[in-house]
Design a protein around this ligand. Structure first.
Ligand SMILES: [Zn+2]
Length: 203
């Protein structure tokens, strides 16, 4: 019996025809002189972004379950799959009366001391990665049971600025300066460096 959630008739619609019995395809195969059917393998590279993930990375950011998913590259920058990324805190508490205590945590672009500390701490705080260039991040403001996702400007992390030797203050630093110096797409960088796998080098 098909599972209850199948719409009526969907099980038959999902059946693929047997292409090995298709007379047209078999005639074509004979014309090509191809007797052996051969094999094919569909492989998915888990280190590559899909198009929708790339869009999400730019628009909303992608939530990361564990900070281990955000890796440190040898140059000190951070990557998620095959992209260099910015790391930020997804959720922020918003007090009923806004005050200085509401200062938002900065975004990171290196595996700075703060990020290394975050990796060590057991925490329920959710983090996300982003590749937006406008310094804005989709932050969930949490007030009691209310959650409001808002595009919010975050300051750059002062430790990251020092680690990567950017001569700027957290307030004046702009994200495009980072991505000018450090390319977003690591697969392209690896190919240009002579790598032939399309994946970033072993770390
Ligand atoms: Zn940092």
């Amino acid at each position: 019996m098909p599972p209850a959630y199948y719409p009526a008739g969907a099980d038959s619609a999902m059946k693929l025809p047997n292409f090995l019995e298709d007379p047209e395809l078999n005639r074509l195969r004979a014309q090509m002189g191809a007797k052996d059917l051969g094999t094919f393998r569909l492989s998915v590279n888990p280190y590559r972004f899909t198009v929708s993930e790339l869009e999400q990375l730019i628009v909303d950011g992608i939530d990361v379950r564990y900070l281990d998913e955000v890796r440190a590259l040898p140059d000190g920058t951070l990557c998620y799959k095959d992209r260099r990324v910015l790391l930020f805190t997804r959720d922020a508490a918003r007090a009923a009366v806004p005050g200085p205590a509401d200062a938002l945590p900065p975004y990171h672009f290196s595996n700075c001391a703060v990020v290394r500390d975050l990796r060590e701490q057991a925490s329920f705080v959710r983090h996300a990665v982003s590749a937006r260039e406008d310094g804005q991040f989709q932050v969930n403001f949490v007030q009691g049971t209310l959650i409001k996702r808002t595009l919010t400007a975050l300051p750059a992390c002062p430790c990251c600025l020092i680690d990567l030797a950017f001569d700027a203050s957290p307030g004046s630093f702009v994200v495009p300066r980072f991505f000018e110096k450090y390319r977003r797409n690591l697969a392209v960088e690896n190919q240009e460096a002579g790598g032939d796998t399309g994946r970033f080098p072993k770390l």
